[in-house]
Design a protein around this ligand. Sequence first.
Ligand code: FUL
Length: 698
Amino acid sequence: MKRIVMLPVLLSAIMFTDCREQVLPPAPVGPLPTQKQLDWHELEFYAFIHFTTNTFTNKEWGYGDESPEIFNPTELDTRQWARIVKEAGMKGIILTAKHHDGFCLWPSKYTDHSVKNAPWKDGNGDVVRELSEACKEYELKLGLYLSPWDRNHPEYGRPGYITYFRNQLQELLTNYGDVFEMWFDGANGGDGYYGGANETRKINTLEYYDWQTTYDSIYKWSPNTLVWGVGPSEARWIGNEEGWANKTNWCLLRQKDELAGKVHYTEFRSGHEDGERWVPGEADVSIRPGWFYHASEDDKVRPIEKMVDIYYQSVGRNANLLLNLPVDRRGLVHENDEARLKELTAILKEDFKTELLADSEVISDNVRGNSNQYNAANVIDGDKETYWATDDGQIQASVIFKFDEPTPVNRVLLQEYIKLGQRVREFNVEAKVNGNWETIAQETTIGYKRILRTDRVTATALRVNITDAKGSPVISAIEAYNAPTLVNSPQINRNKSGVVTMKAEEGNQIYYTLDSSEPGTNSTRYEAPFTLNKGAVVKAVAYNTREDRKSAVKKKQYGVSKANWQVISATSGDLNKAYQAIDGDPNTSWSMGGSDRPLPQEIKIDMGDSRKIYGFTYLPRQTGHGLHPVSSYAFYTSVDGKSWIKQSEGEFSNVLNNPIEQVKTFAPISTRYLRFVAKADAEGSQRVIINEIGVIEK
Ligand code: FUL
C-alpha cells in the first residue's frame, strides 16, 4: 500500500484542495532537449554491429584496397543478431554500413566497392536491407554508421568525395525505413588506397564536410534521425571507447569556444554545466577488445563483472550505452558473446527485480506551492510525466522514504524531469540505520538517469537531499533496490620471473587450477605467490564465504615464462629500464625516441633459447595522459641475433582510441631473437611507449 504524507499534514491537505489548479509548473532551465533527443534518451541501451571486409582480413581498419571478393559470410542471419539484441533488452542496432575501408554493405549505386561485387548471394545481397527487415520484425530501431573517412575512394580529400558521401547518406536515409541514429566516426584522414594513389591524405573535418549543410540534408531526408558525432551533432562521444562516463555528466556542451564541433577526450566525459546546447553522451564499447571479429578474441570476451560495470558506468551515469557485437565470418554473433550477454541480462534483471520505494511512506516539506500536482510521491508513481518540484528559488530540497520494516538497500536510481532541463549539481543519499542517519552516497549530477551502487545498508528509511542545483529541482523518479552481491573474479598476474600472484576483493578466498579444469572450493586454495615457469592455463575463482557466492572463472593462458628474456640492445632510451617492456607487469612501461632521437627506434630481445612462435603482441601503455602508442611497426626474428627476417609490418589501427593489446600473427617460425621497430607514434610525436612485448606460442 502506498502512503503519502505531506507536512504539515493539515495545512497541506487544505492547500492541496485550494491551490491545485493555480500552481504553475517550474519554468524550464535551458538548454532543453528536443523531442527527438528525449525519445533517444529512453532507448538507453542498444547494440553496435561492426562487420565489413575487416572481418575477413582480420583487421581493425582496412586500407581500402580489399577486394569485395573476400566478403563471403557463410550463414549471415540478421534475424539472429536481432533476436540476441532483443533478448538482451536492448532497443536497437547500429550497423557499420561503411567503415573506413569504404566497402559498402548495401549495393550503393555510387560505387562498385560493395556487396554487389561480393560472392555473397552472388552479388545480390544487401546487409542493410536484411537488417532493417529483422529490426522491424523484432521491433528494434535501426541506426547506421557511415564512415566519413573512406580509404578506398579516389576522391577522398577533394570536393568530389563530399558529393559521394552525401549521395550515400541519401541512399541510406531514404531506402531503408526509419533510421533512429546516424553515426559519424571521428577517425579521419591518413594513409589509404584512395583509388590506387596509395598515399596520405589529411583533411580539416569541420571545413571539409561542412557539417551544417550535411546535417540539414539529413534532416530534410529523415527528420527523426538523430545525428551522432562531429560538428553540430545532437549527441556526443563519451571520450573513450571503454563504455564509461564520468560521474558528473551534463547533457550540455559548450559551443562558443574552441571546443565547438571538435572531439575532446576528457571534456566529453562530463559535458559542460554551462554548455549552450543539449548534446548528451553516448558511451560506446565492444564486448571484446576489438571492434571487429577476430577468432583470437573468442576467449577475450569482457568478463561479466566488467560488463556489469560498463552498464552502471554508462546508463547509470546519464549516458546511453552502445555495445558492440562483432559479427563473425559466418555472419553471426558469436556464441561466446551471446552467452556473456545472457549473463549480463540475468544479472541486471536480478539487480532491478524488486523496487523498494513504491510502497514506502513519502515525506517532504519541499513541495511546490504545497500542491498535490508536484508532490514528492510523484517520484514513486512509475509515471515519467509526473514529477516532484519545489518552489522557485528553493534549490535545496529533501524527501524521505519510510519503510515498514528494516530493508536492505544497495542501489538507488534517480531521474530528473529533463524536459525542463538538467538542473541538479549536487545531492546525497542518507539511510536510517539503527535510528541514525548515515550518508551512503555523496554525488553530483543526475540528468536523465543516475544509478548509484552503494554498500548494502539495512535501513528503516532513505533520505535524498538535493543540495545544489541550477534551478529548483524537478525529479521524476527515485527507486531503490537490493541487488545480489556480485563477486568479482580474481586478478591473475605472472611476472617476468614466472611468479604468479592473484588478488580478490577483501575477505574473499581464491581457488585455482593449472590443468584447464574448472576451479571450485575443492581446488587448490591460493595463499601466496608461486612460481610457474612452464606454459599453463591458470583458472581461478573467488569465493565470498559470508554470502556463499562465487565469482565467474578467470582464465589466463601462459607460455613459457620470460625468466630468461633479456633486452640486448635498444636504439634509444635508458637500457637499464628497458626490461620494463618485457617484465610481464601491466603497470610498467618503457619509452623509446624523443625529439633528439626521432622515430623509427627499435628494441632487440633475446629469449634465452629457441622457440617456435606464431606471432607477437604489443601492449601499449594503458592509463594516464600521453599513451604514445606505436601506430606503425615492423617485427623481425633471428636465430643468431645478427641476420634478421621480417615477419610482419604494418599499422596498429585505432590504437589511440582503443589501446588494447595488439596481436599480429605470422607463419610459425623457430627463433631466439626478436626485434621490434616502432616507426610512428599514434599521437604524432617522436616518442612511443611500450608496456609489454610478448610472443604467441601454441
Ligand atoms: C573508432 C573507429 O576508428 C573504430 O574502428 C570503431 O568504428 C569505433 C567505434 O570508432 O573511432
